[in-house]
Design a protein around this ligand. Structure first.
Ligand SMILES: C=C(CC[C@@H](C)[C@H]1CC[C@H]2C3=CC[C@H]4[C@H](C)[C@@H](O)CC[C@]4(C)[C@H]3CC[C@]12C)C(C)C
Ligand code: SAM
Length: 364
């Protein structure tokens, strides 16, 4: 073998090792690899059909999409994206302000701990996580506060992932996960000492419905904090660029319609909460939450190639390439939402259930 051939063989072997160890191996989250990407609870041969039916929700005029259909559409979305999120982002499916000199993992954890500090959870309290994903926030919050956390998600696949992670890190005694709809929760009235929702209630077709359910299951005097996805006061409905960005965010994130920051406190009061504080956690001097999205562009391209190869080899389900492509475009809309300042994923509202709150009307 001459020296050129030897060189090429060496380079190929080194490249292959790099590929498997650095690229296929540790993605954002240890334990998830490109080869593990599935369609959640959807069988591999149905992923493409489900992706197509996800899009049909947006192709029809809004009026004929009833609010009853939204939870199923959201469930389909999370079957399609959960593995890609976990692989490419981590176990917490939300944003956080970037913190100079701190890692993304630290920024994420501090943003989660702030939620549970705001509701003043103590060891032994029973706290509700409304829309818990695969439980990244739940585990950080249980470890930080020693409160018992019960999470609810509409997506069965997320329940399995969350339970597996809880067990793996020895937090299954503090963390419980339930599959259900947060618009009709399977919990008795006044059964929680506090509640939080992190970037989840934006999926509710009517915010009143989820806030009223949270109010029902809280004990009188208990606190609830929510990080809401909203349009800010910079958003102009007559600016075509603004409308394009917001519609792009809605399509790529399974949102039945983004709400204005001005609607959040009004809704909380309407259902019976006292509003203690309201603040956009993305407002200056907070570091840009979208910085992490911008910096990920090279990694997205690498991910795209990996998914294409996996799909071509029949390892990843057909349709995964389209799902990844949709997320790639969504990252751009979200970044534009951040750059223009017309969108915030962390409009924080802190509420209290009044001490003298009457019991929910069970005859209604
Ligand atoms: C709260 C919600 C989800 C917020 C974020 C966790 C996700 C929003 C957009 C997602 C992503 C976009 C680009 C993907 C990239 C192309 C891929 O290679 C790796 C995963 C992404 C980075 C992915 C990760 C999660 C998001 C940032 C919504 C749904 C209400
Ligand atoms: C973007 S994820 C955020 C998850 C989690 N809060 C986190 O930060 O990691 C939104 C979550 O809301 C859940 N969700 C959306 N609509 C729901 C509904 N109607 N009932 C229950 N969960 C719902 C999704 O299943 C998902 O777990």
């Amino acid at each position: 073998m001459d020296s050129v051939a030897l060189w090429c063989t060496g380079a190929l072997i080194a490249g292959g090792i790099y590929w498997f160890v650095c690229v296929m191996g540790p993605a954002e989250q240890k334990g998830k690899r490109a080869t593990d990407i599935s369609g959640g609870s959807i069988s591999a041969d149905k992923v493409q059909d489900n992706y197509d039916s996800y899009w049909s929700f947006f192709r029809r005029p809004k009026e004929i999409e009833t609010k009853e259909k939204v939870p199923d559409f959201v469930d389909t979305f999370y079957n399609l994206v959960t593995d890609i999120y976990e692989w490419g982002w981590g176990q917490s499916f939300h944003f956080s302000p970037s913190l100079p000199g701190r890692s993304d993992a630290d920024a994420t954890r501090l943003h989660e701990e702030m939620a549970v500090d705001l509701i003043r959870a103590s060891p032994g309290d029973r706290i509700l996580d409304v829309g818990c994903g695969i439980g990244g926030p739940m585990r950080a919050i249980a470890a930080h506060s020693r409160a018992r956390v019960v999470g609810i998600t509409i997506n069965e696949y997320q329940v399995d992932r969350a339970r597996a992670h809880n067990k793996k890190v020895g937090l299954d005694a503090l963390c419980e996960v339930v599959c259900g709809n947060f618009l009709q929760m399977p919990f008795p009235d006044a059964s929680f000492d506090g509640a939080y929702s992190i970037e989840a209630t934006c999926h509710a077709p009517r915010l009143d419905d989820v806030y009223a359910e949270v109010l029902r299951v809280l004990k009188p005097g208990a606190l609830y904090v929510s990080y809401e996805w909203v349009t800010t006061d910079k958003y102009r409905g007559d600016d075509l660029n603004h409308v394009d960005i917001i519609q792009g965010i809605e399509r790529g994130d399974a949102l039945p319609g983004l709400r204005s920051h001005a609607d959040i406190a009004a809704t909380a009061r309407r259902v019976g909460f006292e509003v203690l504080e309201e603040r956009d956690l993305a407002a200056p001097p907070a570091g840009p939450w979208w910085k992490r999205l911008k910096m990920g562009r090279i990694a997205y391209w690498r991910n795209h190639m990996l998914i294409k190869i996996s799909a071509a080899l029949g390892v990843a389900p057909k349709g995964t390439v389209d799902v990844h492509d949709m997320l790639f475009k969504t990252a751009d809309y979200l970044t534009r939402g951040g750059d223009t300042g017309i969108f915030s994923p962390m409009h924080m509202i802190l509420c209290r259930k009044p001490k003298d709150s009457p019991p929910a009307d069970s005859s209604a």
